[in-house]
Structure formats: C-alpha cells, structure tokens
Design a protein around this ligand. Sequence first.
Ligand code: SF4
Length: 362
Amino acid sequence: MTLLAVDNLTVSFPTSDGTVQAVRGLSFSVDAGKTLGVVGESGSGKSVSALTMLGLNPGADITGSAVFNGKELLTMNQQQLRQIRGADIAMIFQDPLSSLHPHFRVGWQIAEAIRAHTSVNKRDAKTQAVELLRLVNIPQPERRVEAYPHEMSGGMRQRVMIAMALALKPKLLIADEPTTALDATVQAQLMELLVQMQNEVGMAMIIITHDLGVIASVADEVLVMYAGRASERADARTTFFSPHHPYTRGLLGSVPSATGVVGSRLTPIIGSPPSLISVPTGCGFHPRCPFAMEMCIDDQPDLVEIPAGGHHVSACWLPPEMTGVGVAMDTARQRYASAHRGVRSSKLPGVVAAVEGATVYA
Ligand code: SF4
C-alpha cells in the first residue's frame, strides 16, 4: 500500500543572486513498511524535498503534491503539520547538535516529544525516555537521561535523535544522513535497530545518504537524484548491478571496493555539481558525463522505463538496454555516444576526460 506519493514536486528559493531551483519536478512513492534510499551529491535536492514535505521550508516557492496516508501535506497549515510531525512522520536530522535544544536535558527533550502527542504523565514519559536511550545503545541511560547535549559525543547525540524519532513509532521515518557522525560498528548497530523497529511497527523509511554502503544494507528501492531531479530509480539490486544512468554508474565507480585490486585508483566523477541558480540546459549532468552527446546539451530526458528491470526508470538518452557495470558495457555506451556526438559535445569536460582515459570506471 502506498503510504507517501510525491508528484511533480518543485521547490525554489528566491535569492538576491537569482532563483535557486532546489527541486525540479520530483516524483516518487514509498510503500508502508518499505525503505527508499535517496542518494546523490550535496545540493541534489534530497534534504530539501524531505523538509518541504514536513512544512519546514518557510519562504520557498512550492508546487506539486505530496500525499501522505491519503492527506495532502503541501496544503496543510502549521497546526495540522505539527500533529503529523513526530507522531506519523518523524525525521532524524543531519546535524544533531543544532537539532537538540542546548538548554534542556536530553531526557526532558525526549519526554516532551512523547507528551506532545500522548497523554502520559511526566514520570512515565521519563521512564520511556530511559528505555529509548537503552534501545539505541546509550550506556548508563538512567544517568545519561539527565545530560545536556553538549555533554555528549556527536555519536551519542545522533542516537538521542534516533531515540526521539522512534519514541512515537511513526508510520514514516525520514533519516537524513542518520549515521554520518558514527563509527562503523555503531553505524551497523543503529541500522540494524532501525530495520528491527521497521519490522516491529511496519514503519516505512526514507534514508537520505551519500553512503552507498548504508543503502545497500537497508534499501528496498533506490532513488538517485541529481540537480534537483530524479535521474534513476530502481530496486536496490538493480541499482548496484544493472544501473542505466551514467551518474549512478559514476557514483558506483567512486566507491572503494572490498574486492578491488590493491593499489588501484578510484574513479571520481569529473567536475562538481552545478549551481542550482543556473542549471545546465538539457540533461543537467551533461557537462560531467563521459557519454554526453549533442542531444544531451539541448533536450532534457524524461524518466523512461527500462524494460529489463521491473520498476526501473532512468532519465538518460542512452538506449534503455544499456544497463550494467563493467568495461564491456561502458565501451558499448562510449561507442553509441561517439556516434551521436558533434562539435559541442566533444568539448565537454566529462567527454574530454573520458577520451583522454581519465574516466574509465573500475
Ligand atoms: Fe545525461 Fe546524456 Fe549523460 Fe545520459 S548520456 S546522463 S542524457 S548527458
């Protein structure tokens, strides 16, 4: 059953330098009990999309629709949104220090979140806060419940945020870089905890991250974003083994491999993400893409179905059958692209680097 359906969402911010087009026609859905992983570089619109759904982007120009559990979120007033935030949709924010109030003890903050949506008394709410801290593996929770945020490490603060988000067993948990501040062992424990909670309460999750390892371990479906748009969407296995979009291919090529040859080099994506005030014409990825063609400069590709991949869609002018990783497929992509190149596309930075051999995916 679809729990959240986002349709053609656009978010822009007027600034003195021009309009920042942070999200440009984004559509996706999340089913109850499932996990959607959202990946992309900084500035691709991942966090802005989530904040917009929760009404936390005041001043933004927003169009489109985001229907949660049959109700339109984008037309709700602040009071209606307050009832949904925390109880039905919880969010773990990227920066736990600025998300926790510095003047209040963490136990009080968790208890207040519980009391804002339920009728439990102060003492019971505090008892629940201790149990939640224990659940997220904070040592000596009876003592830590009295701590202020500045008395905790970054990892502990992140776990407090997770405890607070889980307090009311929400239907949807949005986790924005939930494990960035944590070491690898604690990271794995917390992801396990989130999955366990998901199984217990049937909670859906949206995990926003740069970390493809986190995505591989928990996501059912993956949404890859670039320059405010969805560039590819598929189930997790297809994303890792049969990607179609060159940006997804580039992200995978940039990740260290446990089975890689010792001494071999990673393959970064050439260049940087574009300014969202002046987004490139056509395909937003064209200046960096090793397979860019003439049509990529002028025409923006829509998401189209990739026939072999179930619910796999990709926004790229390369033929839909060109999916997969490996030298043979990249050579086929390059041959097709060369046959469709002209003077302008031959000079693009990504194409020049590919021709010079700098972008050969591992
Ligand atoms: Fe974009 Fe063209 Fe590269 Fe596809 S081949 S990602 S459309 S630039």
